[in-house]
Design a binder for this molecule. Sequence first.
Ligand SMILES: [Zn+2]
Length: 361
Amino acid sequence: MTRREFLGDAAGTVAGIAFVGCDLVSAAPAQAQARRREVVVNGRRVKTVDVHAHCAVPEAMALMGMKVAGPPQQFPLLLVSQPAERIRAMDEQGIDVEALSINAYWYTADRDVATQLIKIQNEKLAEACAANPDRFVAFASVALQFPDLAAQQFEDGVKKYGLRGAAIGGSVNGEDLSDPKFHPFWSKAEQLGVLVFIHPQAAGAAANLKDRLKGSGGLDNTIGNPLETTIALSHLIFEGTLDQFPGVKICAAHGGGYLPSYAARSDAICTTFPNRCTTPLKKKPTEYLRQLYFDSIVFTPEALRHLVAETGSSQIVIGTDYPFPWTKTAVDHILGTPGLSDAERVAMLGETAAKLLGIKV
Ligand SMILES: [Zn+2]
């Protein structure tokens, strides 16, 4: 879910101002709360890592004329203005570390604003992590509308600020991530060797389908978000971006959207209509799923089982979408899915994400 949608839905406001109240930055290190759930697999304590956790930096938003809106009553976790409340929720849910990210709202900013905004935002993310280093790491924000600038911001984010990767949208002002204009960013990602977290833009796939996604069911979110991710990943595969930058590590939100659930069609198009696959690929489209990473927020054991079958358990990491209350049982989702070995559960709960994000276990 995006913050933009959240406000629109919950507060009845017009989309445009986004907010997750999370004033992580100013707070002193939070004290551990009463009951911290410690996750254990076969007698072994596992450090759990959530790669999909939202927050916001009001000082950066101000540069876009955006303000922190009052958090709606029905989402009590959003009432938090201190990290203590966030940590309390993590403790309750058995999440040891969150990798914080901010959904891009700055892709329309000009270069000067984008430069300032990202600098402030990445500094504040770094401060938030430094205040509670055992509980938070973060993905750098980058101004991907200026790919050269984004590459520099990515490098600064990792090298200067100790951020562990970059978070980007599934498209940039309607342009796909496979567009050659973004190659400088992918090249930098490969060079840095850190994770790129792709989160759908609400205005991505859903923008062109706006009229059809109206009505009951919040379809712009329900279908639009996973669709945006499906399109983003499909272009990165079919346009050969992943062949050109084979070292890039990508983690896709929401279990990779719909792509893993209907993956075989991507292979079938190339055998059924070979003339429609115009870029020669080094392997079958579905094989690329086994080099991408996916968060685990697919809701049912059957969906997780299928995701594992298509991508491999080594490619799956916890995603909660905090503080949007899609789930409070991300850990149980992995512990309770039948057919996984202990080693697979440990990997999905945190081992894989820790390795990707440079978190000590
Ligand atoms: Zn999200």
